[in-house]
Structures are given as structure tokens and as C-alpha cells.
Write a protein that binds this ligand. Sequence first.
Ligand code: ADP
Ligand code: ADP
Ligand code: MG
Length: 678
Amino acid sequence: MTRMFSRILIANRGEIACRVIRTAQKMGVGTVAVYSDADATALHVAMADEAVHIGGSSVSESYLRADRIIQAAIDTGAEAIHPGYGFLSENPGFVDAVVKAGLVFIGPSADSIRAMGLKDAAKRLMEKAGVPVVPGYHGEAQELVVLASKAREIGYPVLIKARAGGGGKGMRKVDNPEDFAEALGSARREAKSAFGDDRVLVEKYVSKPRHIEVQVFGDNHGNAVHLYERDCSLQRRHQKVIEEAPAPDITVEMRAAMTAAAVKAAKAINYSGAGTIEFIVDASQGLRADGFWFMEMNTRLQVEHPVTEMITGLDLVEWQLRVAAGEPLPLTQKQIPLNGHAVEARLYAEDPAKGFLPAIGTLHHLTFPASVAEGTVRIETGVRPDDTISPYYDPMIAKIVVHAKDRPAALRAMEDALLQTEIAGTVTNAAFLAALVRHEGFAAGDVDTGLIDRDLHSLVVPVAMPAGAKELAVLHASGLLTKIASDDPWTALRGYSHHARSHYPVTLGEPGTSDAPGQTTRYGVAVLSDDRFEVATPDTAVELRVRRSGESWHITGKRINLTAKTAAIPQGVAVIARGVVATFALIDPLQRADEAGGAGDRLIAPMPGLVKSVRAAAGDLVKKGQILLVLEAMKMEHTITAPHDGKIAEIVKEGAQVKEKTALVRFEELETAELTNK
Ligand code: ADP
Ligand code: ADP
Ligand code: MG
């Protein structure tokens, strides 16, 4: 007789912690969250029944602190620990400590994790079990001469891999024997610093590689099943970007061979719980039942598990809890359904135009689609509007998952979902993901792991700012939009006609690029009638009609026909249209100085950023409104001006990277005489 846990602790953060909590709640299982300093107000903390603070913001002080996490479980009466993915999820020492503390680890045994933890040993084990393994050298020898001669035997190109590797680190493709020694050195250095283990293996680099993996599940009663395959061939730097299930164009024979090999692998290590067997597939001559090889096993729930849930209609976290509580697998192999097609895209705070540089920022505006054309959408996220993407953790904002009747419909659903996703406050890869979903080769199912790199130039293209975005930003900044309260255009702005011809001044900074800072323009806004405005610069004037439709504005004028939302962001405004976000800086000397903390004798940074230029020096006498420095943050330039007349005592250095609330300028006590003498 088994009994479901009454309470579990989730040793993770972000979307996966929220995901696990949701299933636990559905099953009536109590939840305990753990959190770091940076996550004190995070969604996973708010969702859980109880939360325990486990330390500082860096992962080594919190989410990797096995001792504190286990203590938190004991203190709160949790019976089991769910590790999520990453962090301690594949750490056999942690599993041993959990078990020693009398708790249940929701995952496989420490022995299973050890058996698969090192890629070389895992490959030797799989070879013995009769699972096809990539031809290569997985032995103990590590001398350059030995490895180089093995590489020659295998035949170039080869791949050097850290045996302790993960997340695509410590991996080098080598095309020619001359480059082997250098690639080996650099793979070793990366492996040493990332995993503390510089041992490597060498294997054949598969040409036109596709990554196809099989979801497996085992229980403590000797059963093991598979839940079909996922294709994760869309990768950048060996990291998955878009995943889908089932694999495009997989044949019945290929699926039968791969799933049988995966179940064989799981059984070889008496696997219990959720696991993934990753295979590399040679797609150079189409998918062939003899053209796949074991790469590694991930002994945990995978990031992309939702696509499997969507095609099977099953809840993998529920299965994990049941198996960990001692129940047999809920379904037999024959009972596991496969319906339609599912796709997942990983939405990140990162800048594709800057080599996918991870970004941070506060999500001042955040809206996910509630529904999509032609299918269903599911959002897995750990953030809410106004939450912050901090520099401490993976900058994933959400996983967007869609399900539809077939692959073409699922891709259209995904494009729709991405274009409906609205985020202001940080830069994201949403437009890149949308371009990827539209990619012809991908749409045709002609995928391989090199696709993104080959076509990067066409996938990373700046999205043009729609006509009217600037004008809408100006109208937002003028404050006049808030007067349009009604959906009925004829009653809009009633009572404002007496303001006609009076000009509201607005100074707007356009978004810059990495090479060119955005231009700053002064506008004047005049109210012409209930729903008509004039937006003018010294040289031009444009007449606009504005109507409200739901949360959006519809603005029309000469060559302008735009439906978009606006959102206030610090010192700026974002204009959000389908698939585009344009951010503008608002420059209002008086208000700006107040917001920058001009009340005291110091000016503080309103947000983290880079000091782009400094226009004053210590000892300078400055006038109210004078520009002191320019701060670059969130792709915008923010001009920091003097809030009052004064003498500068200290000012930050050009090029300094400042945190939010860092003092930028300190004023000396003001001597009126000095100022007037000048
Ligand atoms: P998958 O095969 O499921 O895509 P990865 O091996 O890429 O898994 O890693 C899964 C996730 O876990 C990634 O998003 C990564 O950020 C995170 N992760 C991996 N290793 C660590 C670690 N040591 N510490 C924290 N997070 C990690
Ligand atoms: P990690 O632990 O970092 O996930 P994997 O062994 O799973 O390492 O490999 C990561 C990715 O590297 C794969 O998804 C695939 O794109 C690529 N890769 C791995 N092995 C090969 C190979 N032999 N030939 C071609 N590509 C490979
Ligand atoms: Mg892998």
C-alpha cells in the first residue's frame, strides 16, 4: 500500500518550480518553496503554501546549498524533494543526503544518476546493453597522442566532449587533424572551469545531425515505458531553442527502433522516474532506422517535457510524484496516446543583435496570449508583470508551448503566440523565435542542428518600427490619451475642445542601435477636436485620429494606420504592436531629476546601466536643467540633468557600469554667491 506525500519541497526556482507546484496543488499535495535573496518576492514563493529563505542571491549560496535545502524540508515537515532541472537535479551526492535525512528524492536513485552522469562511462554501459552508441573513443586514456590517433581512426570531423559536460559546454568540433591539439586544450580548459573535470571523450561528428530524444519513465516495480520522441534539432551553441513532438517525418520503423533502444537503456540501469535518452541522428540520407546513436541520458525532468505532455495528454510531474511515492506507472505502454503536434519555444531576455547577450530588466509590461488560432497555447513562466530578470539566474522569461492537429497548424499557432507576446522593459528573443518558426526549411521539416547558425543573418533582423509608433509615444507622453476614456469615438475627449491649439511639449528620445544613439526630438501636441490631434516638430506636423479599442489605441493619419498599446516604463514609454515593441525615452528635465532622486544632494541611477558620457566634472558649477551625464540602459539613452543649480563634488566616470540606486552625482552645499559671480 502506498500513500501520496502530504507535503513536498521544491528545490528550484522560476518556471519549473511554479510548474511543479501547480501539479502538487492539483493533487492536494502541500508545497514548500525555497528562495534566495533575489527571489524573495518571486512567483514560486507566492504560489507555494510555505517558503523558506535559504541564502544569498548567487546559486552557490542558495539553490546549490544541499544542506540548507534538506534542513528546510525537515523544518517544514516535507516528506519529499522535487529537484526540477539544473541545480541539484543530477547530483548523486544530493540524492544520498536526501535519503540519509529520511526523505524521498523525487527522481531516480543515486546509482542510476551515477551510471549516466559521466558521458564516457554511460557510453560504455550502453554499448554493453546493446544500445547503438556514436562511434568514438570513450576510454580512460587522456594523452594527446592517444586521443589524436583515436580521432584519426574515427575519421574527421570529430567532436571532443567533456565527459562531465552539460548545457553544451566543453564541446569542440574538429575538422582537421592540425587543429586537434588546440581544440583539445580549449575543451579541457572549459570543462575544468565549468565542471571541475577536464577528462574528455572523442567521437565521430555526425553529418547533418538531428537531435531526437525519447522520454522514458520507470517505476520501482521493474516497469519502464516510453512516451514517444521529441525533436530538439533547432539549437544554438548546442543549446535547444525550439523543441517539438513528434519528430518531423519520423517513420514507424525509426520510432520503433529508437523507443525500443531508449527503454532498453532505462531498464539497463533499473531506472525509476522521468528520464530522457538523447540520440544523435544522421539525417544526411533521411531518417533511417539504423542511423541513430545514444548521446547521453538526462536523469531528470527535461526543460522541454511540456511538448510530450501536450501530445499524450499526461502530466509528467504527476507521474513523478506517483512513482516516487511507490505507485506503479499509471499506464502501460499500449495505453499511452499520441495526438497531434506540439511545439515549444524558449523565450529569453537576450539580445540576438548583440550575439544573444543575456539581458536583465524589469518586465514593466508583460502579456502572454490566452488563446491562439488553430490550436491551444500553454505558457510556462515564473514571472509576472513588474518582476525583474536578475543577473543571477538563467534569463528565461517563459516557455511558450502550443498544440494543434498537425505540424503546419502548430507552427502557425506558435507564430501567432509569439506575435501576441508583449514584453517591455527588457530585450527578448521573441522576434528571432518568430523568424525561426517562419523559416522555410524548418517549416518543411528539413531540420538539423546547424540550421540556426547557417541562416543566422536572415533570422536576426531588426523589426522595423511601425509608422505612427513615434506619434503614439508622443501622445502617450503628452498625457492627453488618458482623456480618451470611451470606446465610442464620438464621445472621446468631450470637453477638451477648449484646449484646442494649446501645445503640449514633449521631448522624445528614439531607440538607438549599438552604433548610433537614438535621436532626440522636441514635439508639440495640439488638440484639434474630440479625437483628433496634431503632433508637430519645428519642420513637420501630422494630423492624427485616435480611438480606443479595448486596451489598444487605433491611430490613423497620413501613411499611419496603427493599432498598438502603450506602457509607461521608467523615464520612457513603450509602444507595443503585434510582434514589435518600440521603446522611447522621455526627456523632461524637471520630472527626470525628481525621479532620479534629485531631492537630496545626490543624483542616483534610476536603473542599472552604462554611463555613456559624462558632461560635467567635479568642481563645476552647473545650472538647473543642465545635462550632467548620459546613462544607457535597456537599449535607451537617458539624459541625467541637474535638478537645481549647484556645484558638483563628485561625478561617476564615463564607462562605469552602475547598479540601480547607485549615486551618479554628489553636489556640494550651494554657495549662491559663487553661482551669481560666474
Ligand atoms: P535540457 O536538455 O533539458 O535542455 P540542459 O542540460 O540544457 O537541459 O539544462 C537544463 C537547464 O538547466 C538549462 O536551462 C540550464 O540553464 C539549467 N542548468 C543546467 N545546469 C545547471 C547548473 N549546474 N546550475 C544551474 N542551472 C543549470
Ligand atoms: P550536453 O550534455 O551538453 O547536452 P550532448 O552530448 O547532449 O551534451 O550534446 C549536445 C548537443 O551537441 C547535441 O544536442 C547535438 O546538437 C550536438 N552533438 C552532440 N554529439 C554530436 C555528434 N556526435 N555529432 C554531431 N553533433 C553532436
Ligand atoms: Mg544533452
